[in-house]
Design a protein around this ligand. Structure first.
Ligand SMILES: *Cc1c(COP(=O)(O)O)cnc(C)c1O
Length: 379
């Protein structure tokens, strides 16, 4: 019989979700919005130490609303980290704006501040205008260099929207990812740090901005007795039942973050004598990743590639995944400007994401590590 399946990042319920859902049912709060949305938002605010969080239907909706609030429109340019999931930059196109992609730096796999500044200066030289916003990402939970990125952005007067969809619980210099820029975006999709079965949130820094986010997220209805609209709105709010699941997940969030960090440490220890690969670690003490996914990089891809290892693990019913393929290498964004060299390209070609779900046991991790060692011994 085949070995039991080990998945990349499985939903991990805490046990209290049902209790919150029953509360919601008991009071007929089976609607969009309701008391659990408020509770979920307040608990995220306390966790992130920010004044206002707006719960939304998806992380993608959070990024889109952030761009709407920043006034991004047709003809504008928005800078985005190239190495990421397409949801980071698709909303730029929803607004009729053009994405400008920036390369990563090797240590964090995130936006290279030097390339960022080069892109800003160059776009201004070519178009006569500065990009309207900057979207760095905390890939796989690893914080980007948000202090340097914010400083460069401030110098040119450009707002930053941090895509922290994968980084709930990660910290840079003691501050939670998603909390240090004009906006932060979070995701509660099924495979993220916590789930609401589908959902997201926009992190704001004042009540007024959060109020405007809620206004746009509920069809931009003006405050009148009848439906009256002066602007285009969206249906982006989180349902109360989804938020109830989120409340249950908040009960266990710190445990989940600890477990993902332990899993990375287990891989690092078990694979320390494997000469061909490196397990990603925090570059220095300012970085404290949640290690949403543990990633490895190959030092030499001429003899064997990450995809060879992926297929080898799959034979043993172990799911792994290749890295996010950079956006400047995607056919749909072939015409978008790109600033950088081949760093993200090389990261994509030499890396692999390992099973990292917080429900995995130590022996599951050992099974994965043993297979990886076998793979390299055979070759
Ligand atoms: C998951 C993810 C998103 C989108 O979140 P959804 O809730 O799935 O819409 C955006 N950016 C990154 C980097 C992600 O991993």
């Amino acid at each position: 019989m085949a070995s039991e399946r080990i998945m990349l990042s499985r939903v991990h319920l805490g046990g209290t979700e049902q209790k919150y859902i029953e509360e919601a049912f008991a009071d007929d709060w089976v609607v969009p919005l309701g008391p659990h949305v408020d509770q979920f938002e307040h608990r995220l605010e306390r966790y992130l130490d920010v004044p206002a969080v707006v719960a939304l239907s998806a992380g993608t909706a959070a990024i889109h609303l952030g761009l709407v609030l920043l006034g991004v429109k047709q003809g504008d340019e928005v800078i985005c980290q190239s190495m990421t999931f397409a949801a980071s930059c698709n909303p730029i196109v929803y607004q009729g704006a053009t994405p400008v992609f920036v390369d990563s730096e090797p240590d964090t796999m995130n936006m290279d501040p030097v390339m960022l500044e080069r892109a800003i200066v160059e776009r201004h030289r070519i178009t006569g205008r500065y990009p309207k916003a900057i979207i760095p990402v905390d890939l796989y939970g690893m914080p980007c260099r948000i202090d340097e990125i914010n400083a460069i952005a401030d110098a040119y007067g450009i707002p930053v929207l941090e895509d922290a969809a994968e980084a709930l619980g990660s910290e840079y210099d003691g501050r939670k990812c998603g909390s240090s820029s004009v906006f932060g975006a979070l995701s509660f999709n099924g495979n993220k740090m916590i789930t609401t079965s589908g959902g997201g949130a926009l992190v704001c820094h004042d009540e007024e901005t959060a109020g405007r986010a809620k206004f746009y997220a509920t069809q931009a209805r003006e405050n009148r007795a009848y439906y009256y609209h002066e602007t285009i709105g969206y249906n982006y709010r989180l349902s109360n039942i989804s938020a109830a699941i989120g409340c249950g997940q908040m009960d266990v969030l710190p445990e989940r973050v600890n477990r993902r960090r332990q899993i990375r440490k287990l891989y690092a220890d078990m694979l320390s004598d494997c000469p061909h690969i490196k397990v990603q670690d925090n570059p220095d003490s300012r970085f404290n990743s949640n290690f949403w996914l543990s990633t490895i990089s190959f030092d030499d891809i001429t003899r064997h590639t990450p995809d060879d290892l992926r297929l080898y693990l799959a034979e043993d019913n172990i799911e792994s995944r290749l890295m996010w393929r950079p956006m400047h290498m995607q056919p749909v964004f072939a015409d978008a400007p790109y600033y950088g060299s081949d760093v993200s390209d090389r990261l994509f070609n030499s890396g692999l994401c390992l099973p990292s779900g917080s429900s995995l046991s130590d022996s599951d991790i050992e099974r994965v590590a043993d297979r990886i060692k076998c793979f390299f011994k055979q070759r």
